[in-house]
Design a protein around this ligand. Sequence first.
Ligand SMILES: Nc1ncnc2c1ncn2[C@@H]1O[C@H](COP(=O)(O)OP(=O)(O)OP(=O)(O)O)[C@@H](O)[C@H]1O
Length: 318
Amino acid sequence: MITVSGLRKVYGSVVALDGVDLHVGKGEIFGVLGQSGAGKSTLLRCINLLEQPTAGTVTVDGQELTALPERELRRARMRIGMIHQHFALLSSRTVAGNVAFPLEIMGVPRRERARRVGELLDLVGLADKAKAYPAQLSGGQKQRVGIARALAGEPAVLLSDEATSALDPGTTQAILALLKRLNRELGLTILLITHEMDVIKAVCDSVAIISAGRIEEAGPIPDLLATPGSRLVRELFPLPAPEPGSVTITFTGRQPGGTPVLSEAVRRFDVDIDILAGSVETVAGRPAGRLLVRLTGERADAALAYLRDLGLLVEVAR
Ligand SMILES: Nc1ncnc2c1ncn2[C@@H]1O[C@H](COP(=O)(O)OP(=O)(O)OP(=O)(O)O)[C@@H](O)[C@H]1O
């Protein structure tokens, strides 16, 4: 749905994007994770061509935006919704007026506009706030208005620029749940940028980690969880450096659910497992995590092979 190839953006002597390749599949929630200054906002602005890339191409929904003349680009941009960290609402307009704004620009007739605004406010759970002004809303409600407005043009993709960074943790989870629901119910493709791992954990199917204008690693989260040495895994589940002979076991979310795999290994192979450190969390709706253990017993190697067969990533420190 979104393909970015060889994207470069240079501001004077600053290389903000240094050859970025990215592919976001239809119906995916794709997260770009990176620290401040990594190039996330520049990437998002280059994807909807608010910023002209120095080099490279951007294709959205089959249309190469970097090849379009300005007039066609304006039309194509209407199919790209965007939500912002600080909501970017018009303070002099009501909630309904804010959501109606893009429809006015598109020339949608008044009655049709009113109908669409009603539907969109229903969709985001704000039907009772149509006549309120932004100043009368909570942060979470303002972001719901932002989302309704972004959906007005029936976009193929929604870009989210740190949309939950200004919200408290509870409100963040509610907004992420709303995005997930829109993704599922409307088949909406969402590309979000964030510096928060919690956002990635809560809703993303795929992730790209960006650092100094380059993509360090990218892919579906279950694939990255199963990749030895993955930076995502190291950041999600930090562990102390393993001593020689100790074993790092990564639960990739792919092992059969409901099986207590470690106690099963202990029983079957008559080994002892000493857990030295670990963390397990729900990632993309599945339990995943890492344990640092010491495994002892005559059949320790067979126990490790058994765990590998179950889809766990097992690494023995040398
Ligand atoms: N308009 C600009 N002019 C000059 N340099 C810029 C401009 N916009 C961004 N940069 C530089 O490009 C680099 C990437 O910035 P960008 O805003 O994309 O990072 P970011 O990952 O979004 O950071 P943050 O999370 O702090 O917003 C930074 O070094 C920044 O200073």
